[in-house]
Design a protein around this ligand. Structure first.
Ligand SMILES: [Zn+2]
Length: 239
């Protein structure tokens, strides 16, 4: 079975914190991956750059954020596409949902990873969730032949938000990212506009690994990322 992972982040660094390990692991397993950054997070998620120089232009922040995310993607080994939709606020309209629908239809992912449905601390993350939800349904149809090209419905997960409990995030899938964690650390190191998050996400990976070890008995898990499935999974066997 083909393995194709599409990761959709509202801002250009979201994929690094929340899913760099999962992406690197998928690549290690021979999957094809694609990251979509809906915006650069130039206004709301580039704190260090604005602290450095409050008078700099939004355009100059976008250039830096593009370069940082591109470097992180290169380290992980995944292609990344920037849609430049703007952030804080992100505007979702029919045209943009159609653009995302085309991307999903062209890439034909078997798995989609995006934000959680709720995030009381971020105005754009739930919008990215909604746009992804709608585009996924528009590209896969109702599971029957349709008047348009429809792909098999991709498995769909939310990656872990910054404050999981307050976002209603309940992890049900843990990915062992121990073998690729060095890549995640290297990718995080390039996200200079949000360097305050590097230690936090390293700590989180060790805590999630603790949970994964307890759940599975797999003592070798040192680092893990947690996700929440949004649709039931269909498998050939209970095992
Ligand atoms: Zn974000």
């Amino acid at each position: 079975m083909k393995k194709k992972l599409l990761v959709i982040g509202a801002h250009s660094a979201d994929f690094v914190w929340r899913s760099a390990g999962t992406i690197a692991k998928a690549l290690e397993e021979g999957a094809e991956t694609l990251v979509i950054a809906l915006s650069y997070g130039e206004r709301g998620e580039s704190g260090e750059l604005w602290k450095e120089d409050p008078k700099r232009s939004v355009e100059s922040v976008k250039v830096i954020r593009h370069a940082q995310a591109q470097k992180a993607a290169d380290i992980i080994g995944t292609p990344i596409q920037f849609l430049d939709w703007g952030d804080y606020p992100m505007i979702i309209n029919d045209e943009r949902v159609e653009q995302l629908t085309h991307i999903i239809g062209d890439f034909e992912p078997t798995v989609i990873l995006t934000h959680s449905e709720k995030d009381p601390f971020n105005p754009d993350h739930p919008l990215a969730f909604q746009a992804t939800q709608r585009a996924r349904l528009l590209s896969s149809g109702a599971g029957v032949p349709s008047a348009f090209k429809n792909i098999d419905p991709p498995v769909w997960y939310s990656f872990e938000p910054h404050q999981p409990e307050l976002c209603g995030f309940v992890p049900d899938t843990f990915i062992d990212i121990s073998s690729v964690f060095e890549k995640k650390v290297a990718a995080m190191a390039f996200m200079g506009a949000q360097s305050y998050l590097k230690d936090y996400y390293t700590e989180l990976a060790t805590r999630r690994a603790n949970h994964a070890r307890r759940i599975s008995g797999k003592k070798e898990i040192k680092y893990a990322e947690a996700h929440q499935s949004q649709v039931p999974r269909v498998t050939n066997t209970i095992f």
